[in-house]
Structures are given as structure tokens and as C-alpha cells.
Write a protein that binds this ligand. Structure first.
Ligand SMILES: NC(=O)c1ccc[n+]([C@@H]2O[C@H](COP(=O)([O-])OP(=O)(O)OC[C@H]3O[C@@H](n4cnc5c(N)ncnc54)[C@H](OP(=O)(O)O)[C@@H]3O)[C@@H](O)[C@H]2O)c1
Length: 288
């Protein structure tokens, strides 16, 4: 660890299934080079990150698995998340996709396995397969991503099992009030992807001003706002200084007025793309 790096004490939350999950982790979408992956995982692990978020569609589960192995990080010290992609759902091959993910990650279990998107006509069946993976112990916790409250209700009525986590895009420019409220009142942990809105809010004057008051950046203010809403976050970076910066958010608190001012920045901005095969989906009607 160099002088700029600071060991962070990242808190964990207890999921409704009894497992615990770090509130902050490292996203690795678009980290497609083995050296970058090793550098990022090493920097993150050294400053206290324990959660690493990947997906089969990122094409880098093997790079993450290799990095963890090469760095000698004990498997039981980290929390690995992966996700089943849309094609495997359509082929009704969730279990096969899961096994392939494990192999690429060089592990025999994941801490969290998610349905990446609610593929119309498939996601109920996919959820039943995730329930079986949880029962087998190979997926310690199971959850969903990009699901609406109505879609989550379908899962519960079908299987009696509610997701432990819903991973959704969430940041100051899209506060996701309705889905967050629903999940939090049903014991479902919300985890924010694109928590930096891929850079879209980093030049907002109000966030810079609030940051100046605490000696923090706009990125740190946005992440802190998520933490105070009890929403997890998985910011992505391949740069050690930014990886450290993004975790250095546990030594200050935003006031209620600052929380409200950030909340008011909402403009429903989606920065992550809806997958091409789901672009024409009318989400309001997808309940099967
Ligand atoms: N479930 C889903 O459908 C879904 C969708 C999208 C993403 N995700 C997950 O969520 C993770 C995070 O989302 P994301 O990668 O889309 O977006 P993000 O974390 O909001 O933003 C990442 C971008 O911000 C830059 N960055 C990171 N820290 C910074 C800082 N402190 N200051 C300035 N710029 C900074 C990164 O560049 P550098 O790397 O060059 O630092 C990168 O270009 C992904 O990696 C993935 O694991 C899930």
C-alpha cells in the first residue's frame, strides 16, 4: 500500500437470508485486460474492498478469477457476485451458465448470483433455477437486477422466495425512489450500479460545493448519499487512486438538508444501456 492508500473499514449489511454483504464493492464491467484487473483487484483489496461484481456478459469472469488466484486472496475473505445473461435464460440453461461462471471464476460457489435482466417469458423459470442453486449451496445468496416492484412480486407469488438483492442503476441523477422504497420495505437490499452515473454528475456545482465543505470530491458525495440511504454501491475504476477515493467515504456525514438537495437532482437519467435484445420491451407490461 502506498502513502495515498488508506485502509477503509467498509461496513456490511445483513441480507434477509442471514448472509452478510459489504455495502461497497468494486464493479469490473469493461475491465477487459488482465493486468488492469490485477491492479484494480489488488488496490481494492488492499484498501478494504471485499466485494467484486462481475457478470458472464462482461466476458471477464476469468480475468477476475485469475487475479484473485494470482494475488493469493483467500476465497473466504471475499464476496463474489455474478449474473446470468439473457441468452441463457432464453435457452432455459441457467444452471449450465452458472456452472460455466464458477469455472471461469475458479471457485466452487458465488456469494451472490443475480438474474441480470427480467427477460420476458423467461424470468419466472430462471428464478426457480436460482432458488435451486441457493438450496444446493453453490449460490450463497440469490437476487435480481433491473427488476421492478411488480416483477419482484411475481417471483414471490410463484416461489415464496424473495430476492435478497435488487441491483439497479441508482445515483443522484436517478434516485429510484419508488423501487428503493418498495425494496426497503420488503427486506430486499438495494445495490446501486453505475453509482457515479459513469461520470455524469461529477461536474455538478452543488455536489462540488458540498464536497468542498468536507474535503471530498463530487464522486465521494454521490457515493456517500447512497450509503446514507442504506443502498449498496459498486463503483468501477481501474485506477488505484480512484478506487481508494471511492471507498474513502466513511469519515463524514451529509446533513439532512444536503441529502434532500442531492435527492432533488433527480432527472431519471439512465446512463447504462438497456441490452439490444430488450430495447423494445414495454417494461410496464412485463410480468411473465
Ligand atoms: N446489473 C446491471 O445491469 C449493471 C449495469 C451496469 C453496470 N453494472 C455494474 O456496476 C458497476 C459500476 O457501474 P459502471 O461501471 O457502469 O459505472 P460507474 O461506476 O458509475 O462509473 C465508472 C466510470 O467512472 C470512472 N470513475 C471511477 N471512479 C471515478 C472517480 N472517483 N472520479 C472520476 N471518474 C471515476 C471510471 O473510469 P476509470 O476506470 O478509468 O477510473 C469509469 O469510466 C459495473 O462495473 C458493473 O459491475 C451492472
Amino acid at each position: 500500500m502506498n502513502e495515498e492508500q488508506k485502509q477503509q473499514n467498509i461496513p456490511s449489511v445483513q441480507l434477509h437470508d442471514g448472509n452478510s454483504m459489504p455495502l461497497l464493492g468494486l464493479g469490473v464491467y469493461k475491465t477487459t485486460d488482465q493486468d488492469d484487473m490485477r491492479t484494480a483487484v489488488d488496490a481494492a483489496y488492499q484498501c478494504g474492498y471485499r466485494l467484486f461484481d462481475t457478470a458472464s456478459v462482461y466476458g471477464n469472469e476469468d480475468l477476475l478469477g485469475n487475479a484473485v488466484a494470482e494475488l493469493g486472496i483467500p476465497r473466504n475473505e471475499i464476496f463474489l457476485t455474478s449474473k446470468v445473461w439473457n441468452n441463457a435464460q432464453r435457452l432455459n440453461d441457467v444452471t449450465g451458465a452458472f456452472e460455466r461462471s464458477l469455472k471461469r471464476l475458479r471457485t466452487d460457489y458465488v456469494d451472490l448470483y443475480l438474474i441480470h435482466w427480467p427477460v420476458p417469458g423467461c424470468f419466472r423459470q430462471s428464478w426457480k433455477q436460482l432458488v435451486r442453486l441457493k438450496e444446493s449451496g453453490a449460490a450463497r445468496s440469490i437476487g435480481v437486477s433491473n427488476f421492478s416492484p411488480a416483477q419482484i412480486e411475481v417471483l414471490e407469488s410463484e416461489t415464496g422466495v424473495i430476492p435478497a438483492v435488487n441491483q439497479i442503476e441508482c445515483h443522484p441523477l436517478w434516485n429510484q425512489e419508488e423501487t428503493v422504497s418498495y425494496c426497503q420495505s420488503h427486506g430486499i437490499q438495494v445495490q446501486a450500479y453505475a453509482p457515479l452515473a459513469r461520470g455524469a454528475y461529477l461536474d455538478r456545482e452543488i455536489l462540488i460545493q458540498i464536497g468542498n465543505k468536507y474535503g471530498k470530491s463530487a464522486a465521494q458525495v454521490g457515493l456517500r448519499w447512497l450509503m446514507q440511504r442504506k443502498i449498496g454501491a459498486i463503483p468501477k475504476s481501474v485506477h488505484p487512486a480512484r478506487i481508494n477515493e471511492n471507498a474513502d467515504i466513511f469519515d463524514f456525514s451529509l446533513t439532512d438538508a444536503e441529502m434532500a438537495a442531492i435527492h432533488a437532482l433527480d432527472e431519471g437519467l439512465r446512463t447504462a444501456h438497456v441490452p439490444q435484445d430488450l430495447v423494445d420491451t414495454d417494461w410496464a407490461t412485463v410480468l411473465a
